[in-house]
Design a protein around this ligand. Structure first.
Ligand SMILES: Nc1ncnc2c1ncn2[C@@H]1O[C@H](COP(=O)(O)OS(=O)(=O)O)[C@@H](OP(=O)(O)O)[C@H]1O
Length: 231
């Protein structure tokens, strides 16, 4: 399958973006039948992916993996449970049981993400023998993602990462959500533009980069957790 370049998609309408995403989703799910899942953080982007799958197949026909880092926002847990019920999701919740200890041990944000998210995710992919995992990364989200490709082979365990909404910009996500009345977490109404774990998510600015509220130092992370009574 030929995928469009970032340049090609630049002036696409929302309809073109949706159509391309659905094509990628359909092909991946048909190709990896029974051996594919989708990652859902409860955020606006991965909820959009769930909705695209629903549009294509009538329901979310593949397992939905939620990585519970133990330090997600209460609003995210509430939204997760509500939507999982409404959309009858086959929800798989995974968790590093030592999460709070691991946060203390981690030397920085990168290592914390590795211990709390990457490791449990690897285990579930391996356990289920999944050949592919759909995620909601987007080109315009941050510098590091601007070279991402639609189908990206990963090691350990070997599987494909499928990125059907790479070409959605932040504005396209909100246009899509409005168009289809897709439910989303109430925290966006409080001014959050990108939602991660509590210690690494602050209010960003309306004009700056979407993830400006997502990069905290180790000291800031620990301080936030102490303020919240975790330690
Ligand atoms: N906790 C958890 N559980 C399940 N899936 C998750 C999780 N965190 C990230 N993701 C998946 O990765 C997409 C990008 O999210 P992030 O940019 O927040 O991830 S990260 O900061 O790179 O870890 C993300 O999409 P959105 O969070 O909607 O942007 C998901 O597809």
């Amino acid at each position: 399958m030929n995928h469009p370049s970032q340049e090609t998609t630049k002036n696409w309408s929302l309809e073109q973006r949706e159509a391309e995403s659905r094509k990628i989703i359909k092909e991946a799910i048909e190709k990896h039948q029974g051996k594919i899942a989708t990652a859902w953080s409860g955020g606006k982007d991965s909820t959009t992916v769930l909705h695209l799958i629903k549009q294509e197949f009538g329901k979310v026909i593949i397992p939905v993996v939620f990585i519970d880092t133990s330090v997600k926002f209460p609003e995210i847990y509430a939204f997760r449970d509500k939507l999982a019920k409404e959309w009858n999701l086959n929800l798989i919740i995974i968790k590093n049981e030592n999460a709070l200890k691991e946060i203390e041990i981690a030397k920085d944000k990168k290592e914390c993400c590795y211990l709390l998210k990457t490791l449990p995710l690897r285990q579930i992919i391996e356990k289920n023998g999944w050949q592919a995992l759909i995620t909601a990364v987007r080109w315009d989200e941050q510098e590091a993602r601007k070279n991402e490709v639609y189908i990206s082979p990963r090691e350990n365990p070997p599987h494909l990462r499928i990125h059907p909404i790479l070409h959605f910009r932040e504005i396209d996500i909100w246009s899509y959500i409005k168009k289809y009345n897709v439910p989303y977490c109430e925290l966006y109404h409080k001014g959050y533009r990108s939602l991660g774990c509590i210690p690494c998510t602050q209010l960003g600015s309306a004009e700056g980069p979407e993830r400006s509220g997502r990069d905290q130092s180790k000291e800031e992370i620990m301080q936030r957790l102490r303020d919240l009574g975790y330690f």
